[in-house]
Design a protein around this ligand. Sequence first.
Ligand SMILES: NC(=O)c1ccc[n+]([C@@H]2O[C@H](COP(=O)([O-])OP(=O)(O)OC[C@H]3O[C@@H](n4cnc5c(N)ncnc54)[C@H](OP(=O)(O)O)[C@@H]3O)[C@@H](O)[C@H]2O)c1
Length: 335
Amino acid sequence: MAAMKCLVLREVHGSLVLEERPDLQPGPGEVVVRLHAAALNRRDWWITQGMYPGIELPCVLGSDGAGIVTQCGDGVSDELAGQEVVLNPGLDWGDNPAVQDAQFTILGLPADGTFATEIVIDAAQVFPRPGHLDWNESAALPLGGVTAYRAVFAQGRLQAGERVLITGIGGGVATFALQFAVAAGAEVWVTSSSEEKIHRAGKLGARGGFLYTDDTWWKTMVQEAGAPQLIIDSAGGPGYRALLNAVDNGGRIVSYGATAGPPDRLDLFKLFWKQLHLIGSTMGSPTDFQEMLDLVNRHEIHPVIDGVFPLEDGDQAVRKMADSPQFGKYVLSID
Ligand SMILES: NC(=O)c1ccc[n+]([C@@H]2O[C@H](COP(=O)([O-])OP(=O)(O)OC[C@H]3O[C@@H](n4cnc5c(N)ncnc54)[C@H](OP(=O)(O)O)[C@@H]3O)[C@@H](O)[C@H]2O)c1
């Protein structure tokens, strides 16, 4: 019986095409989850463009999902059946909280992902979904949430009262970083290419923001707001130089991405004279994921969703990411 539907990418620069496949069966230690919603990440766009390491096609893309456990494999407690869950997309992190193992992968390449009506996944990857969120919000949370959590807290070590700058605030991870830092009692500032997005960030608790399209934005920030003790960045590129200028003496810059490529120049003089800490961060451990959910539950944080598309329109949704018009997340509804 062919009852499961999924969006399959068969070739780089190709389209995500809806296909039917036989119903999934759980193996030992696995569960089948009937997905109610999935969410997009820039990763999905990079993969369609061939700009991601280790692409193996065909593949069902999608790292974010939320749904109901419908079947439990051998060795999995039957109590999981019927539970409403979110999926931790970080697979095989390993035992070291400081860094992921070599076999770490992300759901949705190489393993088939969440742009589907159902998915089979290790039972250890499913977590109860926050009760205050609807299905679309639940699906928006996992990858962006855990990446932001680790960047801000586990790696960035944000303290209440600190001044933090989050760059490119329209990004899915960046909006979570903003919400988490505000919840933690930090003074949050942002950058963006868009005045409107800075305005929207203000409604989420940002004190204000600066257009990174203006090369002197960092001077304005230092004069008007003061230098940030922590910067959370995923752009890198030529603009990274301004971050070294802006950050306070002894400050930290956490990088979790390089959307604009590598920095064109790293000013080592500034690095050592200002006693700076440049820190890398990637998604997060299962503990980070649980702590992220705890934070979201405690503060009743709602992910920022900029668009909801039916699963069938997933290809259009991924293509919309090309120019980053969104503020927050795009979601695929799977009812
Ligand atoms: N290491 C990891 O585990 C991990 C996890 C998640 C994401 N990432 C990476 O982090 C990046 C963001 O991911 P995402 O899913 O949040 O992407 P996204 O939702 O597509 O975010 C894109 C945003 O990036 C900002 N941006 C683009 N160019 C910029 C520049 N030159 N300077 C400053 N900001 C710029 C824009 O902000 P404005 O619209 O405000 O201008 C844009 O809205 C991607 O490179 C992704 O691959 C890495």
